[in-house]
Design a binder for this molecule. Sequence first.
Ligand SMILES: NC(=O)c1ccc[n+]([C@@H]2O[C@H](COP(=O)([O-])OP(=O)(O)OC[C@H]3O[C@@H](n4cnc5c(N)ncnc54)[C@H](OP(=O)(O)O)[C@@H]3O)[C@@H](O)[C@H]2O)c1
Length: 239
Amino acid sequence: MSKSSIGVLGAGRIGSAIIKALKTCMPEVEIYASGRRDETIQKASELGALVSKDNAYVVSNSELVIISVKPHHFPELYNQVPRELWSGKTVVSIMAGVKLSTLSKVLEGAEIFRTMPNINALVGRSATAIATNNDITSGKIFVEEVFQCLGSVYWVPEEYLDAWTSLVGSGPAFMTEIIDGLVLGAVASGMSRDIAYRVVLDMIEGTVKLLKELRIHPVEIRDEVTTPAGTTIRGLKIL
Ligand SMILES: NC(=O)c1ccc[n+]([C@@H]2O[C@H](COP(=O)([O-])OP(=O)(O)OC[C@H]3O[C@@H](n4cnc5c(N)ncnc54)[C@H](OP(=O)(O)O)[C@@H]3O)[C@@H](O)[C@H]2O)c1
């Protein structure tokens, strides 16, 4: 096993995004990846991972193991890996809803972390929560470095993770639904879809920048642009 090696068990949507980010951010680290179908393996290989359908092979070659299968596939996965292989590994689960206590029971001897990134990892803008039960863990710095490759990192108590899953994990789907709604509204008013889409993204990006740079409450911006009997108050009333 090479010193710096990371295994991604389940190179699906988020697993592939992680591989892609790590290949750019940590080019010196060897990335191993698994999947069940030929297509999954092929895609991970094209991203530069060393691939196998054998999860035990990926775990044994990796210093840090990221579990990115769906939660209901986890029992199948850990039954495919001999128990002794987990010992001494740093294991990071990104599975929604699978608790640290459950992971510790089946991944004996591993240092265990739970994280919740989002798909914005594809452009290095995930906001990833990380939780662990242990105060002092030797893998902590490596875990943080890995997830910084995906964007910002927040160490949080485990009880935040369910809310984080809805807010941040699912958040990009909520935001894109809102964006599409705004674009359709503009199209209904006669604007071309192309211009509407670009201007909606610019408007949202500008609003985020304003809030971040001025460090003010969103309500202050709302009130600033809401004039008596104006157009904004009419829109707000409908919202
Ligand atoms: N998608 C997100 O935005 C997001 C965000 C945060 C967290 N998560 C979490 O990330 C996990 C994965 O989500 P996803 O959206 O990436 O799902 P996904 O696209 O379905 O990826 C899961 C992958 O796991 C593979 N897999 C299943 N069983 C396996 C096994 N026994 N051995 C090896 N590979 C196996 C599947 O391979 P095959 O396709 O070859 O069967 C699939 O590629 C979930 O637990 C989810 O809660 C997702």
